[in-house]
Design a protein around this ligand. Structure first.
Ligand SMILES: O=C(O)c1ccccc1N[C@@H]1O[C@H](COP(=O)(O)O)[C@@H](O)[C@H]1O
Length: 241
């Protein structure tokens, strides 16, 4: 059985590495330099970095140069999210050398463009399914964007390679992942799923690992690492098989 991939997160707002609660603007706790955070996760043995431009996601500007600097400094694979909604922002994201990008709002608001870039870029494109209940949210998680399962069926048909599933109610709360949601998504798609939101302990990571046979490929870990609930080295050891 393949091991669960871990993706430590660096979310950037106003030039700083931050964590939010439920993705709400204004709930930030700041953790300093995004480059230092990313280098620390890399030194600790990460194989992936989940890098998010929160200003671009919220529409409050962007951190494009800093994001490119961080992505460019990494020897590990980078998954880039936030504000990738058109040809120009996609080109800028891919030019950072990242391994793949996550599209959120675009998958809800401009489905034709998303179908086109999936066809052009294959597994360099993942879709972030950010949900409250079973309703998708876009534009910094401030607007409803349709039903999770209808959108998933459409994206599957268009050849989307991978989904990053975030339970907004769990994100940044250290309350444990929504394992039921992950199981439900895996039951309706054969594409790999990256779990996001709520990880609080090594036991949470072990519980997500048990879903690898059902289709969960990875888990994004944010607040728990910054809050020092465990170290990344401990996390990597916990999911090693
Ligand atoms: O990661 C967060 O905490 C987050 C919070 C609020 C909005 C977005 C967030 N992150 C990721 O950003 C992309 C969506 O950006 P866009 O809609 O494509 O501009 C998605 O991967 C979210 O999970």
């Amino acid at each position: 059985m393949p091991k669960l991939e871990l993706l430590p997160a660096v979310d950037v707002r106003d030039g700083q590495a931050v964590r939010l609660v439920h993705g709400e603007s204004g709930s930030e706790t700041s953790y300093g330099s995004p480059l230092e955070a990313a280098l620390a996760w890399q030194s600790a043995g990460a194989e992936w970095l989940h890098l998010v431009d929160l200003d671009a996601a919220f529409g409050t500007g962007d951190n494009r140069e800093l994001i490119a600097e961080v992505a460019g400094a990494m020897d590990i694979k980078v998954e880039l999210s936030g504000g990738i909604r058109d040809d120009a922002s996609l080109a800028a994201a891919l030019a950072t050398g990242c391994r793949r990008v996550n599209l959120g709002t675009a998958a809800l608001e401009t489905p034709e463009w998303v179908a086109k870039v999936i066809a052009e870029h294959g597994d360099k494109i993942a879709v972030g399914l950010d949900v409250r209940g079973t309703t998708l949210r876009g534009r910094g998680w401030t607007r409803d964007g349709g039903d999770l399962y209808e959108t998933l069926a459409r994206l599957d048909a268009e050849g989307c390679a991978r989904y990053v599933v975030t339970d907004i109610a769990k994100d940044g709360t250290l309350q444990g992942p929504n394992l039921g949601l992950l199981r439900d998504v895996c039951a309706v798609t054969d594409r790999p799923v990256v779990a996001s939101g709520g990880v609080s302990s090594l036991d949470d990571l072990r519980a997500i690992s048990l879903l690898v046979p059902e289709g969960v490929e990875g888990a994004i870990v944010g607040k728990a690492l910054y809050a020092k609930a465990f170290t990344l080295e401990e996390a990597l050891k916990a999911v090693a098989v």
